[in-house]
Design a protein around this ligand. Structure first.
Ligand SMILES: *[C@@H]1O[C@H](CO)[C@@H](O)[C@H](O)[C@H]1NC(C)=O
Ligand SMILES: *[C@@H]1O[C@H](CO)[C@@H](O)[C@H](O)[C@H]1NC(C)=O
Ligand SMILES: *[C@@H]1O[C@H](CO)[C@@H](O)[C@H](O)[C@H]1NC(C)=O
Ligand SMILES: *[C@@H]1O[C@H](CO)[C@@H](O)[C@H](O)[C@H]1NC(C)=O
Ligand SMILES: *[C@@H]1O[C@H](CO)[C@@H](O)[C@H](O)[C@H]1NC(C)=O
Ligand SMILES: *[C@@H]1O[C@H](CO)[C@@H](O)[C@H](O)[C@H]1NC(C)=O
Length: 405
């Protein structure tokens, strides 16, 4: 179980700006609560920026030039003598194409695994599943459940390749041990699917306590999702969907696939937070299922390949990424993928369709063909609110640099 700390546990007021980022403050509420603290939001946002930076060839340079600068650090942490950001290693691409980087972020009190996504994964892999209860040694909650715990076979394979390439995260664990920082995981797209697998694997081992993913398709069956949800208790496991991102719906809800909790929907523009946010506490809450817009996959707090600057959509830049990645992908691959039709209602188990069926549509072009937009975009979770207005305001002020950097 994650080491959640309550607002009441925070020390002297003067220390608040320094520790607010370093702790994902929650109110110890149950997963049925619809509140999220602003600190939780800023942590999630930070993990989102890292996920988008994974698409840069040089995340160190791009992040230290954009968001994680010494200047930005000192604005919020005037006494800090910490380095804002230290790259541990980059990994991949593995045989399946998995890649990413590992980083120490002292100001967040975290060592973070960041999985890059992969253009065209939905036509590279099919939706077959593998028993992870045994493969990843996940204990009785998997082995004693009928059908066991399963996950997307392609993503599990890709994850295991990274585990091997990093010698079972040896360097990450070394830095977690020697710095005392907490271990968290993040990723985007297919990288978000791998991030959920890594979190389940390393969370079950008691090593990882925080798990974030962005624009990830479904990866677990209900038994595996339940185990993930129980490990991260909702608040410590955020599965984020931006605007009407189509990718979270690429693998439909079925007996083999469901979404993890807590769902987190970020949308539009917001002067304080960059984006507005709502939370979802059920796997089928339409607010966190995404929609039918593939462009929205390319913006999670910042455009793909960036690390916080700009904080607004830059369609020129996002399209440039799309066409480069698409050209690289179709130089060697042929897509057979047709995105599932998006409906406002969660699909029933019988609606499940393999991702390999259909005729050649690129994932970019596919967005236009995927039917009705998610009609349920209205804020059914409009009750999402901050924990403790006074503290929230302080956090927002202290952390405002993230938006300005
Ligand atoms: C589906 O994917 C699995 C593992 O990713 C692979 O072993 C299998 O051959 C694939 N099946 C088809 C029909 O392509
Ligand atoms: C980290 O610490 C744990 C607990 O002491 C130990 O079992 C593990 O081998 C250490 N790992 C590394 C890479 O230093
Ligand atoms: C779930 O996966 C199993 C094993 O791959 C397969 O036999 C079954 O048809 C799948 N069920 C659904 C609803 O897709
Ligand atoms: C910013 O987002 C929060 C959370 O969704 C919301 O409560 C607040 O009203 C928004 N502020 C503005 C100025 O839109
Ligand atoms: C998809 O999202 C992009 C970025 O938000 C927006 O510019 C575009 O109009 C959207 N497309 C549709 C069809 O809604
Ligand atoms: C958008 O991206 C393009 C291409 O990277 C860049 O030239 C332009 O300055 C960006 N616009 C903004 C407003 O950041």
């Amino acid at each position: 179980m994650p080491a959640l700390r309550s607002v009441a546990a925070l020390a002297a007021l003067s220390l608040l700006p320094q520790i607010s980022l370093a702790q994902e403050v929650t109110d110890n509420s149950t997963s049925s609560d619809t509140t999220v603290s602003s600190s939780q939001y800023w942590h999630e946002r930070y993990h989102g920026l890292l996920s988008m930076a994974a698409y840069s060839d040089d995340p160190t340079t791009i992040c230290t030039q954009q968001t994680f600068t010494q200047d930005a650090l000192l604005k919020s942490f005037p006494q800090s003598t910490e380095a804002p950001w230290t790259l541990i290693q980059q990994f991949g691409p593995t045989a399946s194409g998995a890649s990413g980087f590992n980083v120490i972020i002292p100001e967040m009190d975290k060592v973070v695994i960041v999985f890059k996504g992969m253009f065209g994964w939905e036509s590279t892999f099919n939706d077959s599943v593998v028993d992870i209860g045994t493969l990843l040694n996940l204990g009785p909650k998997c082995t004693e459940v009928e059908g066991g715990c399963t996950a997307h076979a392609g993503a599990v394979q890709a994850y295991l390749e990274v585990e091997e390439a990093t010698n079972n995260w040896e360097l990450v664990e070394y830095y977690v041990n020697t710095t005392g920082h907490q271990w968290s995981v993040t990723g985007h797209g297919f990288g978000g699917m791998m991030a959920q697998i890594a979190s389940l694997r390393l969370g079950w081992q008691g090593k990882v306590h925080w798990s974030h993913s962005h624009g990830a398709a479904r990866v677990f069956n209900p038994a595996a999702a339940n185990l993930y949800n129980s490990l991260f208790q909702g608040e410590a496991g955020q599965r984020t969907v931006a605007n009407d991102d189509a990718v979270p719906g690429y693998i439909p809800e079925s007996a083999n696939y469901t979404h993890t909790l807590q769902g987190f929907h970020v949308y539009g523009e917001n002067a304080t937070y960059g984006m507005n946010f709502d939370i979802c506490n059920t796997a089928t809450d339409p607010n966190c299922l995404g929609g039918n817009n593939v462009s929205d996959h390319l913006f999670y707090y910042t455009p793909i390949g960036q690390c916080g600057n700009p904080n607004k959509q830059n369609i020129t830049q996002q399209d440039a990424y799309e066409s480069t990645a698409s050209a690289a992908f179709y130089a060697t691959a042929t897509s057979t993928f047709v995105p599932p039709t998006t409906t406002a209602e969660p699909t029933s188990t019988s609606d499940s369709q393999p991702v390999t069926t259909g005729s050649g549509v690129s994932s970019a072009a596919g967005s236009a063909a995927s039917g009705v937009a998610n009609a349920a975009k209205a804020n059914t979770n409009g009750a999402a609110k901050l924990v403790g207005t006074g503290l929230a305001g302080l956090f927002a002020t202290a952390l405002g640099f993230v938006l300005l950097a």
